[in-house]
Design a protein around this ligand. Sequence first.
Ligand code: ADP
Ligand code: ZN
Length: 207
Amino acid sequence: MNIIFLGAPGAGKGTHASRLKAEKGFPQISTGDMLRTNIAEGTPLGLSAKQFIDAGELVPDEVVIGMVRERLAEADAQNGFVLDGFPRTVAQAEALAGIARIDVVLNLEVTEDTVLKRLGGRRVCASCGAVFHTSRLEDESVCPLCGGKLIQRADDAPGTILHRLEVYHEQTEPLIAHYAQAGLLKNVWVDGDADENYRDILQALGI
Ligand code: ADP
Ligand code: ZN
């Protein structure tokens, strides 16, 4: 099954996509993670993407489309995948239609209040990449999994979070109507408890 996770920053796309990968084996194709890997490795693509990401802007369509096109051609993506964070613009959705068949688009719905709380408290491990929320951490600076240093993403700074939400409303939200019209859209309310949200996602997917 070829799945798209749509939703505002902080809706939980990455959290649930990574659980689907661990428990059901779907490759998680996260353009945000791919871009951050490129930045960490200092590739030309990473260098050109960094300024957009840190400012809370979208990376140009042609850059992410090229990246996803290559990723979807790999062997493990031929038997289903979860796209997490792509497409984010109508142009990306149109390009994707020429690259892969999509079976279902899950629109993960949350209130803006929840988004602000989740992103404001988000910490990531600089060593292993695991993601946490401060409300569940004993020590906000140490990774409970590997002992690595926990940091706040530059784009999770308060002002940048607000700008990312504006960008979401302007550029990504139109995809909800786009995929509803294509008959592919399913809405899942993911404002509450993560385990319950995950069960609702499995139910919406029928797996
Ligand atoms: P979140 O879902 O919390 O916003 P992501 O890791 O998905 O985080 O994305 C982080 C940033 O990476 C985005 O704000 C944007 O700059 C860039 N990015 C990720 N995916 C795309 C995409 N499909 N198109 C353009 N930019 C993207
Ligand atoms: Zn860690």
